[in-house]
Design a protein around this ligand. Structure first.
Ligand code: PRP
Ligand code: URA
Length: 212
């Protein structure tokens, strides 16, 4: 089984409390979501492989490390995943960004796919799929199926990054994609009768974009 990591650094917990508060403004929600994503990127990229390179400092020739291996792609699940992209890019500015647009239909929870635009060489990249919420897991599983079945991305090269996960979603995603590492800032209690995460933070897309 791949890694499941709760990135619970005090700064992240503090910032998550700010955006869980129903009184947080759209501006604050958007800014702090990106800040959390940036802090998580530090941990999420911890296992990136390094290689040795020879460089010259002003005083000596020396062998030092640089990031090696596959180039990165960040793939937000629209809409809410967009809220994490700038934060991650502030740490890895050269990463490519692909987009997968889908939403869960309100009453049936059926996944509706409406957009996909990915880097041409996506199958050769280390892919970080981002979405603030992992609730039932339906959206994440659908996005990962697209990436692997339609675009040829290797399951071993995908990492899923969210802010708040429900145990139900983690279980479903691990069963569907056992090799995918999952990083979350919090593992919450459960889903409510409408499959929203409790205590959660509400509808992430609506809160990031101020649509409700
Ligand atoms: C939210 C969220 C996830 C999904 C999680 O998106 O951003 O994509 O729900 O729920 P699941 O794990 O049960 O699939 P939503 O469907 O509300 O779409 P939106 O971001 O366009 O509002
Ligand atoms: N989608 C959200 O935006 N929030 C939840 O709690 C569950 C799904």
């Amino acid at each position: 089984m791949a890694k499941f990591t709760v990135v619970d650094h005090p700064l992240i917990q503090h910032k998550l409390t700010i955006i869980r508060d129903k009184n947080a403004s759209t501006k604050v929600f958007r800014e702090v979501t990106n800040e959390i994503a940036m802090l998580m990127a530090y941990e999420v990229t911890r296992d990136l492989p390094l290689e040795e390179v020879e460089i010259e400092t002003p005083l000596a020739v020396t062998k030092q490390k640089q990031i090696a291996g596959k180039k990165m792609a960040i793939v937000p699940i629209l809409r809410a995943g967009l809220g994490m992209v700038d934060g991650i890019l502030s740490l890895v500015p050269a990463a490519r960004v692909g987009h997968i647009g889908l939403y869960r239909e309100h009453d049936t929870l059926e996944i509706v796919e409406y957009f996909a635009k990915l880097p041409l060489d996506i199958k050769d990249r280390q892919v970080f799929v981002v979405d603030p919420m992992l609730a039932t897991g339906g959206s994440a599983i659908s996005a990962l199926k697209q990436l692997t079945e339609k675009y040829g991305v290797d399951k071993e090269n995908i990492t899923f990054v969210c802010l708040v996960a429900a145990p139900e979603g983690v279980k479903a995603l691990q069963e569907a994609f056992p090799t995918v590492n999952i990083f979350t800032a919090a593992l919450d209690e459960c889903l409510n009768e409408n499959s929203y995460i409790l205590p959660g933070l509400g509808d992430a897309g609506d809160r990031i974009f101020g649509t409700k």
